[in-house]
Design a protein around this ligand. Structure first.
Ligand code: PAF
Length: 255
């Protein structure tokens, strides 16, 4: 496995693998088995498996959220090596935003629901960095988890709308035995909050409507941002112990 910190060097490597199929998993590090499943699929479906590790500042609307975002680089590199990744790209903020946040991808305002509404600038930051990374990696396929379903949807539509060559591949959410969706932010939960957190998934799957899901979450101690249904799925975002968790499930009968 090779680690590329410089874009110039990565581009040289990219030319050298021009004849091979390339798969790409973008990440912000703090890797968990959910990322692991994306990398495994990428490894299985492509000749070269590329992963990026970059904590993208433009998608954080809350500076506190950015400063406490978990970082486990040594563990991440060990994990990627054992999963058989070929290349890890880790450019600096200066390399990825050489002129600051000069240009950005702006979704149509009607798309600004859920994460787009509750975290102003989030979707713009994600779409902008994903566009930069997809242009740099020039992958045949890129893998995104369904836990961040709205991100996956926006990236899929952007890739189509801008005629990018990369096919965006959706991957099923990986859950703990309790049902809790794997997330880098779970590492920030206290032991008590971690034990309560599966109530989010239970509320989404067991309630007969959004209002009932909200009330189950509130009675378990969550501060709810939203519970909404779109695209045949039920979505929620809520704070537990100051940590913001999101999840979504197919709505029963619409799967
Ligand atoms: O899902 C993530 O980890 C990030 O939003 C992504 C896609 C790596 C862009 O920074």
């Amino acid at each position: 496995m090779q680690v590329w910190k410089s874009i110039v060097e990565w581009r040289r490597r990219r030319e050298a693998i021009a004849q091979r199929t390339v798969g790409f998993v973008p990440t912000m590090g703090a890797l968990h088995p959910g990322h692991g499943s994306l990398v495994e699929r990428c490894r299985a479906e492509n000749e070269v498996a590329v992963v990026s590790v970059f904590v993208n500042p433009t998608q954080f609307n809350d500076p506190k959220d950015l400063s406490r975002y978990p970082s486990t680089l040594e563990h991440d590199l060990d994990m990627l090596e054992s999963l058989g990744a070929d290349d890890v790209i880790m450019p600096s903020k200066r390399e990825l935003y050489p002129n600051g946040y000069l240009f950005r991808i702006e979704p149509e305002s009607s798309g600004l629901t859920m994460e787009g509404l509750h975290r102003p600038g989030f979707l713009q930051g994600v779409l902008t960095i994903v566009m930069k990374l997809l242009n740099l990696v020039q992958a045949d396929r890129s893998y995104f988890g369904e836990k961040d379903f709205q991100q996956l949807q926006a990236v899929t539509e952007m890739a189509r709308d801008f005629f990018l060559k990369t096919r965006i591949v959706p991957c099923t959410t990986v859950r703990e035995a309790s049902g809790l969706a794997m997330s880098s932010r779970n590492a920030l939960l206290s032991a008590g909050a971690h034990a309560t957190a599966p109530a989010l998934y239970r509320a989404l799957t067991q309630a007969s409507n959004c209002a009932e899901a909200r009330s189950i979450m509130e009675s378990s101690g969550f501060k709810v941002d939203y519970v909404e249904e779109h695209w045949g799925r039920r979505f929620a975002a809520a704070f537990l112990d100051g940590v913001r968790l999101i999840d979504n499930v197919p709505v029963k009968g619409e799967d």
